[in-house]
Design a protein around this ligand. Structure first.
Ligand SMILES: [Zn+2]
Length: 435
């Protein structure tokens, strides 16, 4: 009756907390090559991995009993009897007491015990895999049968095409898939399998999404084959199992990402030359050249759709520039300028008009300032029409002073323009949190 109650409690908790075991970043447990779905994820407490004892013990054909009144768990496994009480660090094995560093605990109705202790007393070998952040357990008894070569599948080939990677075996295979980030890669573990000796460790790649495909025998006890797919970018992955053909196909699709609309506004143009530099050079030419460099860089990245308010020496009224950005509607707006004052005045400054533009202006200032190396004139508020009448985060950068001979020379150099352009792109990426 007690066991029945325990089971019901377990089912209830399981049904009501289905998400707890599926979060991707949690430690996963594998027993003899098969994933163990635990109602409560393994946890690390004071450096000890604690795991749900019941699910593991039952998979090892042990009997588990729970005494609700005494909060006591008894695990019975052919001659070994483990008894423990929740929150009591003393655990009894066949009547002999052991003191644990971490006392047994109850989490969501599930009792957890330090993994090392369970493993030692139930005869399990533990392997921690840092790559997939998983704990692999193998019991001595069952591996004796799985080591029998008759039950092993032989992987005959691993092939890559543009959108998939397929594994061909001589009998039916299954896989545990790990989709990992930083770096982006996919691990396909194929339990009870081993590759034919002629299979190369590095598989030729025929996909623009994939960097490298490698094969290795991950574990010998039990036998687990591991195919590692290093990716060039984040992908959406799924597998198709074809039992008749003894084949598993990993399908890869480009992960969709948001596309940000960016408006780059080269100041002035046409009859409006903007500032005239100390040697007579026009601001409008500097702003256009630099804006087009920014556009070229942004266009290389599919995260952006880039617009320029002018792409040649044309006069565009200020209100038309703001209207264009609002109509798109753009996600960010940057107006590029250069300044004029007394010849000894120098420096880079960035303006915002509205509250929602302060952080964008600050990030632009940080990056552009670093690129120019000019004095820091900081971020300031000013109601310039293009940054006031636009609605999205908008900034106007005064990169430097054309009235200063040193800054004019730098701003008209290819080198400084390229540096400013890539600084602006870095700033936009940082602001939009694009990696
Ligand atoms: Zn200007």
């Amino acid at each position: 009756m007690k066991q029945m109650l325990f089971l019901l409690t377990f089912l209830f908790l399981f049904l009501h907390h289905p998400a707890t075991s599926s979060a991707a970043d949690l430690t996963q447990l594998f027993l003899n090559g098969t994933k163990v779905n635990t109602e409560v994820p393994p946890q690390i407490i004071k450096g000890n991995t604690v795991v749900p004892v019941r699910v593991i013990a039952e998979k090892l054909n042990s009997k588990v009993a729970w005494n609700e009144a005494k909060r006591k768990v008894t695990v019975d496994k052919s001659g070994t009897k483990i008894e423990f009480t929740i929150n009591d660090p003393t655990v009894y094995v066949n009547g002999k007491g052991f003191t644990l560093e971490v006392a047994p605990l109850l989490d969501n109705g599930t009792s957890l015990l330090p993994l090392r202790f369970i493993a030692e007393h139930l005869g399990i070998k533990i392997t921690w895999d840092e790559v997939t952040r998983s704990v692999f357990l193998s019991s001595m008894e069952t591996t004796a049968t799985s080591a029998n070569t008759e039950t092993l599948s032989t992987l005959q080939s691993i092939q890559s095409s543009e959108n998939d990677v397929s594994v061909q075996a001589d009998r039916s295979i299954t896989t545990d898939l790990f989709v990992l980030e930083n770096p982006n890669r996919i691990i396909m573990d194929i339990p009870y399998s081993k590759a034919v000796s002629s299979l190369k460790n590095e598989i030729p790649v025929h996909s623009h999404l994939v960097q490298k495909i490698t094969y290795a025998l991950f574990s010998d006890q039990p036998t687990i084959a591991r195919v590692t797919i290093d990716l060039k970018e984040k992908v959406v992955a799924s597998t198709i199992q074809n039992k008749e053909k003894n084949q598993i196909t990993l399908q890869l699709a480009q992960a969709s990402h948001p596309v940000y609309k960016v408006v780059i506004d080269p100041g002035h143009g046409g009859h409006d030359s903007g500032a005239v530099g100390i040697t007579g050079r026009f601001e409008k030419n500097f702003t256009l050249a630099t804006a087009l460099k920014v556009k070229t860089l942004l266009d290389q990245d599919s995260s952006f759709k880039t617009y320029v308010t002018r792409s040649d020496d044309t006069f565009i009224p200020l209100e038309d520039r703001a209207t264009l950005a609002n109509r798109i509607p753009a996600d960010v707006y940057l107006s590029i300028h250069a300044n004029k004052a007394a010849s000894n005045i120098r420096g880079t400054e960035t303006f915002y008009s509205r509250e929602n533009s302060i952080s964008f202006a600050q990030i632009i200032q940080n990056h552009v300032l670093e690129a120019t190396g000019f004095p820091d004139r900081h971020v300031k508020q000013a109601n310039y029409k293009v940054i006031k009448d636009t609605t999205m985060p908008a900034a106007l950068v005064e990169t430097g002073f054309l009235s200063n001979s040193e800054e004019e020379a730098a701003l008209f150099s290819e080198n400084t323009q390229n540096k400013i352009a890539s600084a602006i792109v870095d700033a936009i990426r940082e602001y939009l949190s694009i990696k």
